[in-house]
Each structure stands twice: as C-alpha cells, then as structure tokens.
Design a protein. Structure first.
Length: 170
C-alpha cells in the first residue's frame, strides 16, 4: 500500500465533479487500499478519491475512536437515498484545507447506497459522526467543500490565505 499525496486548497481539481466507477477491478481495489493507508497516515476519518487527484466516485471512511480496532469503509458510487433526523452541528475539518475547522449543520441520519470493495451493492444507515462524515465525503465527489457553508466574505478570506501559502511555497 502506498501513501498518496493529498491535494490542498486552492487546487482547482477539488472543484471537479467525479465520474462514476464502471467496474470494481484490481486497479480500483488498489486505489481503495492506498486511500485507506493515506487516510490513516494523515490521520483523518475520511478521504475522497478527488483529494488524491483522481476524479472517480470513491471514498473511504473510518470513524472508529482511538484504541478501537480499525473499521474501514470503502464506498464506490455512493448515493444518498434519505436524509433524516434533527439537524446536528459538528465542527468539521478537511485534509485538503489544513488547520481550518467550520461548524456545519447537517441532517443527523443518512441512508446511503454504495458498492463495496468486493463489488457488492450495500445500504448503510448512519447516524452521529459517521452520518456527518459520509455527507462531507460525498460533497467532495460533487466538488463541494466545507468552506461553501460559509458566507462569501469568510470563504474568500480562507481561499486568499491558501492561495498566498501556495505562492510562498512555489
Ligand atoms: Ni474533506
């Protein structure tokens, strides 16, 4: 397994809508495994393929707590079937927007249909942190980022800061 470089704001790829995966083959399984290694290494609780520069509809998640055994989830072509429950606010971060945390309200339960690493169609009912993380990662597949929940003014301040950092590093 390899750790892949994670792209960061303001990389325009983060705004691209990812394409469905036609077939779960060895290449897709390898990407899933590399994405899991990259997520655990970061460390983070979720990662979408576009964050390693690949515009395909796949994400990985593990919201297990510290000291708990790994609970890796691989979702291919995930689709939200139902959103429900009360709105819940959670302070979200993103591996592509380091050191930024934003309070975001989202539905507290979600039903999602996806294809797993073995190519099986599955349905998951998620609540709590998992429900938040699934919605966050599916947003990535549609080119949406946590800064989009902010006012335009606040969003522009963050984007400008990351543009300047990228320029200083270049
Ligand atoms: Ni993210």
């Amino acid at each position: 397994m390899s750790i892949l470089p994670i792209i960061k704001l303001p990389d325009p790829l983060l705004r691209q809508v990812s394409d469905p995966i036609e077939r779960v083959d060895d290449e897709v399984r390898k990407l899933a495994d590399d994405m899991l290694a990259t997520m655990y290494g970061a460390p983070g609780v979720g990662l979408a393929a576009i964050q390693v520069g690949i515009a395909r509809r796949m994400l990985v998640l593990d919201v297990g707590g510290e000291g708990e055994p790994d609970q890796p989830l691989v979702m291919i072509n995930p689709e939200i079937i139902k959103l429900g429950g009360a709105m819940r606010s959670y302070e979200e971060g993103c591996l592509s927007i380091p050191d930024v945390r934003i309070d975001i309200e989202r539905p507290s339960s979600v039903e999602v249909r996806y294809i797993d690493r073995d190519g099986e169609l599955r349905t998951l009912n998620a609540t709590g942190l998992l429900a938040t993380a699934v919605q966050h990662e599916i947003d990535h597949l549609n080119g949406k980022l946590i800064i989009d929940f902010l006012s335009r003014l606040k969003r522009d301040i963050i984007v400008r800061r990351f543009k300047k950092q990228a320029k200083d590093l270049a």
